[in-house]
Design a protein around this ligand. Structure first.
Ligand SMILES: [Zn+2]
Ligand SMILES: [Zn+2]
Length: 397
């Protein structure tokens, strides 16, 4: 045990030594936000930092130009622990989800463990996963085998408070298009079929349905096309909905009801609906063994860890799919005051603030320490795997 403790201290001090350089990388990613699958500069910054420190870096893995897999080996055969990086930004608002911190914390954790790798079996990999905000990069990387051979995967998301054991909602996306018939909106409305009214009715029908959905369901949409000129009856209109629930099976059931809402709107207006479902994110299966270790390690470096609140609100992430495939955790680290919402301007500012930098470094230290627990103690890894198998058994459809 004392040996493990010494290794942890050395990893922590390796991260501390490189603190300024790491923060510089996080700030650079923050200052040049890139959208899903276009994170070329961010991926290059992270890959270059790992390559410069002796990691074997493979860029463009899984057929995705901005994905990467970096590896450093220990002193012999053993398990593989992955730190997962994200680095995509949101449209218009930039890094309002703080993925600059996620990406940098992942490489920082890798750098920390690398400092003691000659005392540990197995290997450390850093997996760079593009397009968390809608593109599902991790789902593609899972399908392409990039997670093959990984025994446990971890990442940390910035938040308004530090929380280790929180799940995420299963989510799917439904795009709906209506085709109607254009006509002069004042001189000949009787000749038109109004696609925009069909979209508006779809939203109203969904709102009528809302009360009757279970409490964990979330249905939220935007109108992506609403016509081209006020004096033309819109012959084309479109909306995009996100549909979420605690379990994929219920999200699917809600999606079917939303499709019926659109069908009813089509009947009422005469506009023809067309649907496309985008494969969604699975709900998170947080691994209790990893979560407990991560919480203990955070406390060891003086970070207070909170329990989930009653009716804890949550979003969705493609790490949900990773956590369904292998033991994983996706904890949260505080970088902003508790009343700060994610995806807000305030959260974006926090993501490149002293509190953001501090959260990044602490998150990375605890990630490195948890990886050391897993690599140094085979029985710990075995119990994480046992718990995963049992949990999958319980949640299997
Ligand atoms: Zn986000
Ligand atoms: Zn995020």
């Amino acid at each position: 045990m004392s040996n493990v403790q010494t290794l942890k201290e050395r990893a922590v001090s390796a991260i501390e030594t490189q603190r300024d350089e790491l923060i510089k990388i996080s700030s650079a990613i923050h200052s040049q936000p890139e959208l899903a699958f276009q994170e070329h500069k961010a991926a290059a910054l992270l890959c270059d930092a790992l390559a410069a420190r002796g990691f074997t870096v493979e860029r463009g893995v899984g057929g995705l130009a901005t994905a990467f897999r970096a590896e450093t080996a220990g002193n012999g055969a053993g398990p593989t622990v992955a730190f997962v990086a994200e680095y995509d930004a949101l449209p218009d608002i930039g890094h309002a989800c703080g993925h600059n911190i996620i990406g940098t914390a992942a490489i920082a954790a890798g750098i920390g463990v690398q400092a003691v790798a000659d005392h540990l079996p197995g290997r450390i990999v850093v997996i760079g996963s593009p397009a968390e905000e809608g593109g599902g990069g991790k789902i593609i990387l899972l399908e392409q085998g990039v997670f093959q051979g990984v025994d446990a995967a971890m990442m940390v998301h910035p938040s308004s408070y530090t929380l280790v054991n929180r799940g995420s909602l299963a989510s799917m996306r439904l795009s709906i298009e209506f085709t109607g018939k254009a006509s002069h909106a004042a001189a000949a409305p009787e000749d038109g079929v109004n696609a925009l009214e069909a979209v508006i009715l779809t939203f109203n029908n969904v709102n009528a349905l809302r009360l009757h959905l279970k409490a964990d369901a979330r249905v939220h949409g935007i109108i992506t096309h609403g016509g081209v000129a006020v004096n033309i009856i819109p012959d084309y209109a479109a909306a995009l909905f996100s549909i979420r629930a605690a379990r994929q099976s219920y999200a699917q059931a809600v999606l079917e009801r939303v499709v019926e809402c659109a069908q009813a709107a089509g009947l009422a207006t005469g506009a023809q609906p067309r649907y496309e479902v985008k494969p969604g994110y699975a709900e998170m299966l947080p691994n209790g063994v990893l979560a407990q270790l991560y919480a203990e390690n955070l406390r060891m470096i003086g970070v207070e860890v909170r329990d989930p609140r009653v009716n804890e609100r949550m979003g969705s992430t493609d790490f949900g799919n990773v956590s369904q495939a292998l033991p994983g955790i996706h904890p949260y680290i505080a970088i902003a005051s508790e009343d700060t919402a994610g995806h807000s301007v305030e959260f974006r500012e926090a993501s490149n603030s002293p509190a953001g930098h501090k959260g990044l470094i602490n998150a990375a230290k605890a990630l490195a320490m948890t990886a050391i627990d897993l690599l140094a103690q085979p029985e710990t890894m075995a119990s994480a795997k046992r718990e995963f198998a049992a949990a999958r058994g319980l949640t299997a459809p």
